[in-house]
Ligand binder design. Structure first.
Ligand code: DAH
Length: 357
């Protein structure tokens, strides 16, 4: 069995020299595979005499085990080496400056809408919504604005065409958020406390008017809700929104959907050419309001003898301009990237509401 030593040395050397997993596997097949050199040698045992076999058997088995162990060890060594090499090649310089990524900003209208919702939510107001394409019943009639009423003409309404032959009255792009009052009353009844922010449309265009703009409607109904409650709610709102105590002034006015009606001004100063809210001797009109007209309650399916309350409507874009010093409303909707970067808010750094609780 001297030949076995030579055989052993040769296989161990080949295995040590195998450069990769494929070469190693070829060696395994050539040595221990079904027709491998060592397997064939084991098969010769069957043709030996018992005494020959007794000598050769253990030696051959030992050889087979040794070669198998060498194959396994080399396999591990090759895998380790491959990993080492990968670790050396695939390195990452974590000190490199990151590639610049342009991030978007939150539009002032979205920001202010969120602030308004948060402040009113703290006073128990939920958010209501309605469609932007309205029937003229919701936009006008239900709000006590009959067909001949001058308010219809004043509103610069966009009318939607009906199909030829369709004689129903045209639908409109809602001219205000007030129709949401009716829809909310019909769906939920009284008592209620909601605001309805959203887009409204009027054919108008100059520095302070765009054909699409944003309003927020307010509606509060209960058995004894009054103008005094309205005044408190609005002063709390403006104080939280502007972050400084803001006085309001109620001026008698007229709206078809409220009786009595009031226009509300907030205290401001024009010193230095820019407007500052919450100080000074001047007043700035910011909203319309009043006690909900009994006809409007009835249109909403509410018993006007049992329930009463206030409503108001305010321009969101307008109070955004006031708080953040944006002079031209048209720029809000021109999608000029420079304006958006300048006036937009970082998603991770939005101003909170101040003192709004
Ligand atoms: N809808 C009115 C407008 O767009 C604003 C308004 C005034 C809403 C008085 C109200 C209100 O709810 O009570 O001009």
């Amino acid at each position: 069995m001297d030949g076995l030593d030579t055989l052993r040395d040769r296989w161990l050397r080949r295995i040590a020299d195998a450069g990769d997993a494929a070469a190693l596997d070829a060696l395994r097949v050539a040595a221990l595979g079904r027709k491998g050199q060592i397997s064939l040698k084991m098969r010769e045992l069957g043709r030996m005499t018992p005494s020959e076999r007794q000598a050769a058997g253990p030696a051959l088995n030992a050889l087979k085990d040794e070669v198998a162990a060498a194959l396994a060890a080399r396999k591990v060594a090759l895998a380790d080496a491959a990993l080492e090499e990968r670790l050396r090649d695939e390195w990452l310089d974590v000190t490199l400056p990151p590639r610049h990524r342009r991030v978007g900003t939150i539009h002032p209208v979205s920001q202010v809408t969120d602030e308004v919702i948060a402040i009113f939510a703290a006073m128990g107001f939920a958010v209501a919504e309605g469609p932007q394409i309205e029937t003229d019943w919701y936009n006008f009639d239900a709000l006590n604005i009959p067909g001949h009423h001058p308010a219809r003409a004043e509103m610069d309404t966009f009318y939607m065409h009906r199909a030829p032959g369709d004689s129903r009255p045209p639908r409109v792009l809602r001219t205000h958020t007030s129709p949401v009052q009716i829809r909310h009353m019909q769906a939920h009844g009284a008592p209620c406390r909601v605001i309805a922010p959203g887009r409204v449309y009027r054919a108008d265009y100059d520095q302070t008017h765009t054909p699409m703009f944003h309003q927020v409607e307010g509606l509060a109904l209960d058995h004894d809700t009054s103008m005094a409650n309205l005044k408190w709610v609005l002063e709390e709102f403006f104080t939280a929104y502007f972050g400084t105590r803001v006085k309001t002034r109620f001026r008698a006015s007229h709206f078809p959907f409220t009786e009595p009606s009031a226009e509300v001004d907030i205290q401001c100063s024009w010193e230095g050419g820019t407007v500052k809210v919450g100080e000074g001797q001047d007043w700035l009109e910011v909203l319309g309001s009043g006690m909900v007209h009994p006809h409007v309650l009835s249109a909403g399916g509410i018993d006007a003898d049992a329930w009463q309350g206030f409503a108001f409507g305010m321009g969101i874009d307008r109070i955004a301009m006031l708080k953040y010093g944006m002079p031209d409303l048209r720029a809000f909707f021109e999608s000029d990237i420079r304006w958006l970067r300048h006036y937009g808010f970082s998603a991770l750094d939005v101003p909170g509401m101040q003192g709004g609780g």
